[in-house]
Design a protein around this ligand. Sequence first.
Ligand SMILES: Cc1ncc(COP(=O)(O)O)c(C=O)c1O
Length: 431
Amino acid sequence: MPTTETAPTLALDIHRVRAQFPSLAQTVNGHPAAFLDGPGGTQVPQRVIDAISDYLRRDNANTGGAYATSRNTDAMLAEARAAMADFLNCGADEIVFGPNMTTLTYAMSRAIGRDLGPGDEILVTRLDHDANVTPWLALEEKGVTIRWAEIHEENCTLDLADLASKINDRTKLVAVGYASNAVGTINPVKAIIQLAHAAGALAYVDAVHYGPHGLIDVAALDCDFLVCSTYKFFGPHMGVLFGKREHLQRLRPYKVRPLTDAVPNRWEWGTLNHECIAGITACVDYLADLGRHAHPQAPGRRAAIVAAFEAIHTYEHGLMERLIAGLNKIPTLKLYGITDPARFEERCPTIALRVVIQEANQTASQTPLALATKLGDRGLFTWDGNYYALNLTERLDVEKTGGFLRIGLVHYNTVEEVDRLLAALEDILGS
Ligand SMILES: Cc1ncc(COP(=O)(O)O)c(C=O)c1O
């Protein structure tokens, strides 16, 4: 682990990046495909595809067997844990693999809930994806009280005073997102974790949306748990949970008898998706390689990942400023989330919007779905609806009218794609 994780401002070589992602070369109706749907899942570089198919071609075995391909599988799993430990800055035995974040969170909420009952409280937020809400709400059946941290409606940031007022000595866990997958807000998770700990509560962080955009350092955050999904940061469809060793040892998972009680394996049930886990090492190495290209002196994989996110941050923010400035010039659009450039460090390049003219009498041609369809026909892939940030769309009263149109940028997107999107929106909306 490096002693310092600060890096100089590093540049990203967009041509070198894009050349590694085969899917970016596709066309739709004669238009180049522009993947502005990163929050729903990112594209993968060739090395991830190769790692998955190489594993299937060469090893493809169960674990713990007394023969070569099984031993290779054990070694591959250990490598993937080490890669994720570098990605999150923790011990390899604190990494738990699972099918996705939602499944891992349900498993952990069940285990944590075993010791909870009437008089205990859990705090969730109005901004979070439902996967970090409903698994905790499920503990109401045990008599646990769920409390809600509200938002500032005008910019979709968490109301920290409200959040702090709802943490007390009955609070057993605070569940909070690192960043909103709907409106892009980055929450001050470190401060929220400190509030939780000061009250003796655990802190459970959903970093699924933050994963592709910013460096995650669970040691610096001091969170008890943090979950992410590799398919959101250029890897395969898998979920990963970091849990502090002491919690993974102390808590009792629901598990079958023959499964070892060793940490972290006691939290991994049945046979894992080995080929995808092979792809996880490759996706972490892709990011490390990006960092080394920007900063060749980076000493070791973690330092290279730090450098990668420095370069990604600078690049993404350039795109985001251009996109928001352009969207602001289209009078019929209303943007949700932070729009003040002075606060852009508190947001990801994930933008939610709606058409506002004739809001009371919205025609079918202006719904988020209709817009996404028209853009999709032009090869511009965006998303519409609530993306499971259901508590937010209900709170902002947009759920019944189609939610938002979401534009999500990641580091393989380009200035040309942003300009194409803006031109298409102007054309479709007749601005
Ligand atoms: C912020 C956030 N949290 C959780 C999830 C759920 O992740 P998974 O699909 O791995 O269960 C998503 C998926 O979109 C998400 O964006």
